[in-house]
Structure formats: structure tokens, C-alpha cells
Design a protein around this ligand. Structure first.
Ligand code: NI
Length: 190
């Protein structure tokens, strides 16, 4: 099952998401499957629960599309539940990012190259793991979502001003996407 993706401007994207307990979500695997379905249908490499309207600390990632550049990313498909960043290090590097909630905007974003996280997978197995390069990049972007942050927050004041109008248009649904979205500034029943 696919969910509509929540567009820029919806308050759910700005909330710090809450940790979840196994007993609260006995059907977590179904939810995770639906998130992957939603992400693949939109040709994304990551999707966080707030982007489908659920303010919980869950995101999914499939970075295997980058395996041409980084062969170790072949089959890099992972689920992150209750993730916490333990450490980020290295010299920040720029990469052109996009976001399924902010279609048609891509900007260079600077992040540290290495990230260490504590997280659980969909079987509630706990990990402490270090990720580098593009895997770290995708994880950091998705992690920002569960903290209520978006990649556009990281842009310079000039870049922010240049995309301001486009962001308003996105929130109103004035955007051409080939996946289902929910726009905060579009009134119901219209
Ligand atoms: Ni995103």
C-alpha cells in the first residue's frame, strides 16, 4: 500500500518525532513495507515517517542506486527505528540533495561525511553503526526529518530567498509530480 507524501508547509514536517515502543506498533513490518512501496513509487532513496503524516522516529533508506559510485551500497536497504546520532565527524562536503516532500527543488547541502548512530531495525534488533559517504548522506537527510528539519533549512540566506516562491507554490500543490501528495495549503473538497 502506498501513502500520499506530505508536501512542504505541513506542520507534521516541522515536529520533532517521538520514539516508538514495540508494543505500540505490533504491525511495524507492514508499516515499513508500505513506506518502502511509497518511496520506490516516487523514486526516492529515503523516506521518513513524518513525510507520510506519522510523527514517529522511523525512516527507511535504499541507497543501492548509488552503487555505481560506491559499490558497497549494492543492496543497501535499511530500516531505522528510534535512531539517535551519537557522533558526526569529518570535513563537511557538498552534495546536491532533493526531497520527496519538496519536489522540483535540488540544492547543494553541506554535511559531515561520517555519522555514527544507535538504532533498531524492524525486528527490534539494536545496532550501533558507523556510516560514511552517500549512505551517511541519505541517513543524515532522513534523520533531519525525524527532528523536524528539512534540507532547505541548511541553505544560505540568498539560496533560501531564491526558492521562497517555489516553496509556497509547492505547499499549494502548484507542482508537477508523478506520485500522490498531500498539500497543506489546498483546501479539502476542491
Ligand atoms: Ni526528504
Amino acid at each position: 500500500m502506498k501513502y500520499p507524501i506530505i508536501a512542504y508547509g505541513d506542520p507534521v514536517l516541522r515536529k520533532k518525532a517521538t520514539a516508538i515502543e514495540p508494543e505500540e506498533y505490533p504491525h511495524i513490518k507492514e508499516l515499513v513495507e508500505n513506506m518502502f512501496d511509497t518511496m520506490y513509487a516516487a523514486h526516492g532513496v529515503g523516506l521518513a515517517a513524518p513525510q507520510v503524516g506519522m510523527s514517529m522516529r522511523l525512516f527507511v533508506v535504499d541507497a543501492s542506486v548509488f552503487s555505481d559510485d560506491e559499490p558497497e551500497l549494492k543492496n543497501f536497504k535499511k530500516v531505522f527505528i528510534n535512531a539517535t546520532i551519537l557522533e558526526e565527524e569529518g570535513e563537511e562536503w557538498g552534495f546536491n540533495e532533493g526531497c520527496l516532500s519538496i519536489p522540483e527543488i535540488r540544492e547543494d547541502v553541506y554535511r559531515k561525511p561520517t555519522v555514527r548512530l544507535s538504532y533498531y531495525d524492524e525486528n527490534w534488533k539494536h545496532y550501533e553503526e558507523t556510516f560514511k559517504g552517500l549512505a551517511a548522506r541519505v541517513i543524515q537527510h532522513e534523520y533531519d526529518h525525524i527532528e523536524g528539519k528539512l534540507f532547505t533549512d541548511k541553505l544560505s540566506p540568498l539560496r533560501k530567498r531564491l526558492i521562497e516562491k517555489k516553496l509556497t507554490e509547492i505547499s499549494k500543490g502548484m507542482v508537477d509530480v508523478d506520485y500522490k501528495m498531500k498539500f497543506p495549503a489546498v483546501k479539502k473538497g476542491r
